[in-house]
Design a protein around this ligand. Sequence first.
Ligand code: CMC
Length: 393
Amino acid sequence: AGVFTYDPGFTSTAACDSAITYIDGGEGVLLHRGYAIGELAEKSHYLEVCYLLLNGELPTAAEMEKFESLVTNHTMVHEQMHKFFSGFRRDAHPMAIMVGVVGAMSAFYHDSTDISDPHQREVATIRLIAKMPTIAAMAFKYTTGQPFVYPRNDLDYAANFLRMCFAVPAEEYEVNPILARAMDRIFTLHADHEQNASTSTVRLASSSGANPFACIAAGIACLWGPSHGGANQACLEMLQEIGTVDRIPEYIARAKDKNDPFRLMGFGHRVYKNFDPRATVMKQSADEVLDLLGVEDKPILQVAKELEKAALADPYFAEKKLFPNVDFYSGIILEAMGFPTSMFTPIFALSRTVGWISQWKEMIEDPAMKIGRPRQLYTGATQRDYTNVEDRD
Ligand code: CMC
């Protein structure tokens, strides 16, 4: 037996070195390749951030045009995959469909699963970034019983996604540019977040040499949990359960009660202990969208606003440094746009795909890469003799 450092939840152990994303949780700083998230959300757009995360530098105009055209030319999914979708129950959670469909991409696109070939790695990267919105929108359409809407390559990434989700065949659908911009911001603000649980899952899965589609499916599975990507759905469901502003104190009291497992969803973060810089931008975006859609008087959004105020004014949350996180506001925007709560985490998954794949690329290209193999502190029985079933009490 060896002597190992025990660090449950990896609160103080670095599992890799990485040049992609920097976070200073105390100061509320988040940088991608050195650029502040606030500046990227304001001045850049999702596909440019994808290029930056993948390649380390902002693209020139020509590089951006090439990257954008590559992504746009891969948005369609294999026609055979439509049959694969129809094998699921209509009432399946879209995340369950996404785990299955993205994992199955290795069956449909096996010509880009050889990770020793740099060209295949690049093709897999483009395929994943290009097809995730199509797959997420198809999962949505499938679970609502509507026909699939094919991607339109004259639209930008976010507008195309909104159209695939909300257009109905044979009916005109104009994407509102303010909503497309808000959607693009949601994608941008979720693009990467260094070694969070799903990214670490992708790294661990990839460390065995598994193909990128299988590894991203593992990331999607991990993201689904309510402590991670599932928090945006859980947060909106909590707001629905609270229902009216007068019930907020009851829920605040429950969140503070140590004998009650209830937590305020959308509050707190493992790394950010003062504020979440993504939440600052997302809050602005939420205000813009709510202004546009004129839904200020929707009860659930009132509950959100009042809950935020009440929690921020409460010493319990201040002492424990619990602030609204990015998912508190993204859920509100998505609700206002008309997405059902079950689509919130799939949208997080499609946004985070570039982060997962950038971290995968960094790891695969590192000559010092080793298979991930955590150790343990064994706490079970010492060796003992087997007893036959008839001799057991
Ligand atoms: N409501 C009430 N109390 C809380 C909350 C909350 N949302 N979050 C943490 N606490 C308390 C917790 O009970 C503990 O109290 P004590 O020290 O008395 O035992 C203390 O604060 C520290 O909590 P922790 O669980 O040790 O902190 P953590 O860093 O392990 O957890 C977290 C971080 C995000 C899992 C947690 O804050 C949480 O469960 N939040 C709600 C779920 C959520 O919104 N998750 C989304 C995270 S952001 C998106 C993403 O990255 O996926």
